[in-house]
Ligand binder design. Sequence first.
Ligand SMILES: *[C@@H]1O[C@H](CO)[C@@H](O)[C@H](O)[C@H]1NC(C)=O
Ligand code: SF4
Length: 500
Amino acid sequence: MAAVRRWPRKLAVLAAALPGAGSQGRAAAPGPAVLPAPGPTEEPAPEPVPGTAAPATAALYVHWPYCRKRCSYCNFNTYVVRALDEAAVRACLVREAQTLLRLSQVHRCVYGVRSEWALLRSSVPTCNSPPSASSVTSVFFGGGTPSLAGPGTVAAVLEAVAGAAHLAAAAEVTLEANPSSASISRLAGFRAAGVNRLSIGVQSLDDSELRMLGREHTAAEARQAVEAARGLFPGRTSMDLLFGLPGQSRDAWAQRLEAALGLCDDHISLYQLTLERGTALAAQVRGGALPEPPQDLLADMYETARNVLVATGFRHYEVSNFARKGALSTHNLSYWRADEYIGVGPGAHGRFVLRGEGGCSREARVQTLEPVTWMREVQSHGHGTRSRVVLNPLEQLEELLTLGLRTDEGITHECWGHFSPQFSLQDVFGEPGEARALQQSGWLVLDSGGLRCTWAGLAVLDSLLPDLLWQLQRALGAARCPPRDKEGQDARAVSGHDGQ
Ligand SMILES: *[C@@H]1O[C@H](CO)[C@@H](O)[C@H](O)[C@H]1NC(C)=O
Ligand code: SF4
């Protein structure tokens, strides 16, 4: 639900790389017109040739675009509709999942990375690695309010995934639930459908704050929901909390946090409330009805929270995420490690290689935002992809840098090498320059483990990234990486020509 919003504006594009990050305001940029596509049965997948490729994997995100009521701070891609034809939505989610799994062939193209470098050098990419295994490592039902979907819908999507790809019995399957649609019987239904992890949108444990946020539930209902969830999903219940509400004092936040600690399981996601343009709450603040939280107070609240959580045994493993007893979200880790992921449903984002079409380049893909239009497209083409863009090596490394540095583990040499076989982390960031200066100031570390933020650096990552991105661009520019508007265009022209 709450996408992480601790990004300066210029990084918004990269922030939008996260699946489900599509908000109406941000992701509505005009993409190419919808791409005509043959139906899913018309193109046979290449025959697997065992032993020629490493088994490929992807995470799968499923977007449920409906809520009962819009919260005052929300600009996510969500819709309030009176009468929903759930069977039709279900059929479309199933069909799109099948199509995209087939197109991705969910396996790793071992030659793909090198081919992209070749592509930039105007040679023809070759990808000779047919699939040897396809496996979905995790599934995440986000929204919107996916707990409003019937368990039968969740079961149908999971069955389709298991039918089209390998879905290990132990794979993490998360569902976001709102306290107002999280009764024990409902949650038990989701568990029976195959969900094994819940993420509960608590947001606050104070009724007046919940009212300001326009949430449908009370603090007592949030408590009941978390307790029900913990009973059914012990050790695998996460809680979302917001801080930095207009008028919230530092003491009030400390109290909320303490209440949350008394209730929580082993995972907490902490988001700073951002006043997004076009939301009711932002209008109230602009109109002077509510005060705008001062920046230094926000920084202070964040610092308080991470200190308190770490002192109670949580690992601050990502800018907004805390886990204890190893309860990290494997699904979200795959974004931060720049693994492949497939996004299904209105407005969902994906990053994967079109192996089903013999492709070997990582593409950024966004599905059509508006659910009715999306459904029509899925019904006629098997998927509702609105835009596809081949990411050039620089863009891939920019994403890896921006996302990878969000974790405490940072970017390992191995992961970097996967995207950049030619220039090591040391080549790009080890020379005198911005990264060196940031290391000397104690914000960053580059060592045998890789490149990562220090404890202090993690809290100010947004302010470190522009310098690092600049250094990366220079380093790759020096290697004569063509700018986007020249040869880069060729690689991007894929959008719109063949309809996948
Ligand atoms: C994890 O990923 C989901 C799906 O993209 C997203 O909605 C959610 O906000 C993310 N959660 C965290 C903890 O970052
Ligand atoms: S529950 Fe509220 S915050 Fe979450 S997607 Fe729906 S309207 Fe937005």
